[in-house]
Ligand binder design. Structure first.
Ligand SMILES: Cc1cc2nc3c(=O)[nH]c(=O)nc-3n(C[C@H](O)[C@H](O)[C@H](O)COP(=O)(O)OP(=O)(O)OC[C@H]3O[C@@H](n4cnc5c(N)ncnc54)[C@H](O)[C@@H]3O)c2cc1C
Length: 391
């Protein structure tokens, strides 16, 4: 029986592995990919899809088609747990067990649901990105009938981008402009550079978005947002866009994890407990230098992960991953405006968004199926996502 490589999730850290999947097949290895959707969405363009700058097809990779075109097996499903001793991954729902010799995990992260009550109609989390597509339809439908209140919870990168792009979606396109409120905890964008915060606030407030900073959101229930200070706000549509957490698969399976529950990996992106388990992206805890949950690291991990999976199957030496230096940060705040920051350079406006748009479009084109013939030649230098990210 040939050796089996199993990938959980076709996320940003598996892009090179997926597009070079034929190299594993050519060497006689079997490859299986498990993913809950036939597509993987590029999160950097998610808010732009909400705002209408991009169509869903512009921002997604056809994972199933890429895998099958290259001789791999695609399983539409969710990995639930891993048995590292028997080398099996158990699927959610069916309980089917998929064997592996080498396993690589890129199952991403999710928005914690602990602040959500049972009534979650019209509540759309910032991840998975598909939620933003459903939210878009709901906003357009409701805003055609009456003035609605939309609450965006969180004041990190995804929440400010979502708020700004809701404005873009509605401006000039709906009969009734919504009232958009951003629940920014105790201090808007706390922890981010002062100038970035000031510029982002200015843009959002100019759009009429109200920024509420009187306390953290404690509960979301029955179209109400409850703050820790006892205040409550009614909202017809709510976006919880608070900090993400890694997939729970690893903690559930008893693998070594970091404090956030991410798969604990060493400098080879290899589980600290099992030498034939690897991982990348938001779902790992990089032991030597805990990393921000940004796409840039997932993208930078690509070549090392690919090489180490191949070497692990073939018995070759492993390569070390180095997270690299500071990255460019650009927010898409809707209506063609952005905020850009790197080192001591920070500015806002149309040029900032233009740069992000160019970088994002280049990245997505590089990996979309239409360019499959060129994929094998792609170098990381060409991967635009690697050059920009959220802090
Ligand atoms: C709205 C928004 C905008 C963002 N914009 C940027 C940006 O501009 N730049 C930037 O650097 N970062 C950005 N980020 C952060 C970025 O999204 C993450 O860091 C990045 O998505 C991590 O990539 P990943 O591949 O690890 O995870 P994901 O992108 O979450 O991909 C994980 C994949 O695994 C699959 N999966 C999930 N669970 C399972 C399972 N149980 N079994 C099998 N498959 C599974 C999913 O379907 C998905 O395809 C943004 C985040 C959000 C929410």
């Amino acid at each position: 029986m040939k050796k089996q490589l199993l990938l959980i999730g076709g996320g940003h850290a598996h892009m090179v592995t997926l597009t070079k999947l034929h190299t594993f097949i050519d060497k006689g290895f079997g490859v299986t990919v498990i993913q809950p959707s036939e597509y993987h969405y590029y999160s950097g363009m998610g808010p732009g899809m909400l705002g209408g700058t991009y169509k869903p097809d512009d921002i997604r990779f056809a994972t199933r088609r890429i895998v099958e075109a290259r001789g791999g097996r695609f399983i539409l499903g969710k990995a639930y747990s891993i048995d590292p001793l028997k080398q099996l991954v158990c699927l959610e729902g069916s309980g089917e067990e998929i064997p592996y010799d080498v396993l690589s995990c890129n199952a991403g992260s999710h928005v914690p649901r602990d602040i959500l009550g049972e009534q979650t109609a019209n509540v759309f989390t910032s991840k998975p990105i598909e939620e933003l597509l459903a939210a878009r339809e709901k906003i357009l439908a409701l805003c055609a009938q009456r003035t609605v209140a939309i609450g965006v919870v969180g004041s990190g990168p995804s929440s400010i981008e979502i708020a700004g792009n809701i404005h873009q979606l509605c401006r000039g396109h709906v009969a009734y402009m919504p009232n958009i409120q951003l629940f920014g905890g105790r201090s808007f964008m706390s922890g981010k550079p002062e100038r970035v915060r000031r510029l982002a606030r200015k843009i959002l407030e100019r759009k009429g978005i109200e920024i509420i900073e009187s306390g953290y959101v404690q509960k979301i229930e029955n179209e109400n947002i409850f703050l820790e200070n006892g205040a409550s706000y009614q909202a017809d549509i709510i976006f919880p866009a608070v900090g993400v957490r890694p997939s729970q698969i690893f903690a559930r399976s008893g693998l070594p994890v970091g404090p956030d529950g991410g798969l604990r990996v060493n400098e080879f992106l290899q589980s600290t407990g099992y030498t034939n388990v690897f991982g990348g992206g938001d779902c790992i805890y990089f032991e030597s230098e805990p990393l921000d949950k940004v796409g840039v690291y997932a993208v930078r991990q690509n070549p090392v992960l690919y090489q180490n999976l191949l070497n692990s199957l073939e018995g070759g030496p492993l390569e070390k991953f180095s997270p690299g230096g500071k990255y460019l940060l650009i927010y898409n705040l809707g209506d063609g405006e952005g905020v850009l920051s790197k080192w001591s350079i920070t500015f806002s406006g149309k040029v900032a968004f233009f740069i992000k748009d160019q970088i994002d479009r280049k990245f997505i084109r590089t990996f979309q199926e239409t360019r499959l013939s060129t994929l094998a030649r792609v170098s990381l230098v060409d991967i635009a996502f690697a050059k920009q990210a959220f802090p």
